[in-house]
Design a protein around this ligand. Sequence first.
Ligand code: 8DG
Ligand code: MN
Ligand code: MN
Length: 373
Amino acid sequence: ESDASEVEGPTVPVYACQRRTALPNWNQILTDALEILAEEAEFGNSEGRSLAFARAAPVLRSIPYAVTRFEDLNSLPCFGAHSRKIVQEITEDGSSVEVQRVLHSERYRTLKVFSGIFGVGKKTADRWYQEGLRTLDDLRKKEKKLNRQQEAGLQHYTDLNSPVTRLEADKIQHVVQDAVLRFLPGAIITLTGGFQRGKQSGHDVDFLITHPTEGKEMGLLIKVVSWLSSQGLLLYHHMKQNSYKEPTQMSVQASKDRLDHFESCFSIFKLDTPNEQMESSSTAAENIRNWKALRVDLVVTPFSQYPFALLGWTGSKHFERELRRFAVHERKMILNSHALYDTKQNVMLPAHSEEDIFAHLGLDYILPTERNA
Ligand code: 8DG
Ligand code: MN
Ligand code: MN
């Protein structure tokens, strides 16, 4: 009989797309800490440093137990000296000096607020910080030149930074479904992103729209968006044309392209929130706002690209990044939200389902609810 302490659990694979990462997260305190450092490094443009933390945290998300001792890390991949030290600090002292320093730093806090504005990326946030701006009021007062998207982001900042619930996502789905089917009966509308992974809340609602007859989806989105707009349901939107050219071959660059080329609409919906509480006190009912601003992404895909789009938009972001990295380095294949290409045989690999894509890659199928890396 072997000693219990020598019994090793199954080894954790290196790539996140080889792991099943279900909710809940047993190591939230540790993953929060590592993700704060990853974000701080990203703010500082230290891509390598950021990736090291960003790869360590999901390992802890994937294991179904809490790491309570630094030694527990010995059997886990993707942990460099720095990430190990953070875990050691937290398991031994309850918190990490470095993480606390970041959390309290003016720069991190400011960049966090600014990059939380819809339409403001890390570069812009940093530029504003360098210019001495610190708060949302600074942005409003200084009458900073904001573009239309940032203007809307600032205006709806509070709503857009409060989590979208599953119930709200379902309500939006009904609205979108109704609008799409009005113009294209037989269309398929799929809720993707975090909600597809089983999350109970998210920062936006993501939809893929397609039709089994390829070509029928063309021209649909503009009609849908115009109609939604005419109903007063959109507080903001911008559209992107389809810019995809079906390639005969793909380069590694195609898998590094973070943005895809589908026709899409990035919007802020106005969702009615009828006041469900009873007429309570005498406070003026007119002062109670009965709507909420919500971020919604609508993406239209030709049916033949739908499985790739679904895999790409279901996320998580880290899971996607790892799928593409695995494809290139382990299989010499190029994956993006449109297609999969085998560089050894020089062929595009078609797929009818997400399962087909995992099979092409020689990976076990991972359910959407297990992609919370
Ligand atoms: P959350 O909204 O619940 O917070 O999380 P999420 O649903 O996982 O994140 P997301 O920011 O809404 O992104 C959903 C997935 O969409 C994510 O894996 C990245 C993927 N995605 C693409 N193409 C594009 C694109 O062109 N723009 C954006 N923003 N996301 C894209 O596949
Ligand atoms: Mn989302
Ligand atoms: Mn989104």
